[in-house]
Design a protein around this ligand. Structure first.
Ligand code: NI
Length: 177
């Protein structure tokens, strides 16, 4: 396995529409393994292909708590089959928008069909953190970031700060107030 480089917004590579995979073969499994390693190292709870510069419709997530055993989910070609009318508001963050968090309203429950690590077609109905995380990661496959769900004003404030941080380059951790 290898750790991959996570792309930080704003970046055109985060705005692409990713392409479906023909099947979850060894090459796709290698990508899933590398993405999981990258996500756990960050640490994060989800990661999508475009965030590591890969244009395939692949995502990984693990919403297990720190004191629980890891419970990774590898997903290719996800399709949202149904969303609930009921919505919920959760605070979201993203490895591509480090240190920024905002409340996002989304359907509270979703049903998703996808290809798993074994190339089996699976369907799950998700609620709570899993529903939020799945929708957030599927968004990435269509070039949508969580800030795209916020007002233009809030989005621009966050993206401007990220752009400025990029220009300054990596700062020593102690320099942050
Ligand atoms: Ni994200």
């Amino acid at each position: 396995m290898a750790k991959l480089c996570v792309i930080i917004a704003p970046d055109p590579r985060l705005k692409i529409t990713a392409r479906p995979v023909a099947a979850v073969d060894d090459a796709v499994r290698r990508l899933m393994d590398d993405m999981l390693e990258t996500m756990y190292a960050a640490p994060g709870i989800g990661l999508a292909g475009p965030q590591v510069g890969d244009a395939r419709r692949v995502l990984v997530l693990d919403i297990a708590h720190r004191d629980e055993a890891p419970s990774p989910l590898c997903v290719a070609n996800p399709e949202i089959l149904w969303v609930s009318e009921e919505t919920s508001v959760d605070e979201e963050g993203c490895l591509s928008l480090p240190d920024h968090y905002a409340e996002v309203e989304r359907p509270a429950r979703v049903r998703v069909r996808f290809l798993d690590y074994q190339n089996e077609t699976r369907e799950i109905e998700a609620a709570g953190a899993l529903a939020t995380c799945l929708q957030h990661e599927i968004d990435h496959l269509d070039g949508t970031l969580f800030v795209d769900h916020l007002s233009l004003l809030k989005r621009n404030i966050i993206l401007r700060k990220l752009k400025k941080a990029k220009k300054l380059g990596p700062q020593p951790a102690m320099a942050r107030p």
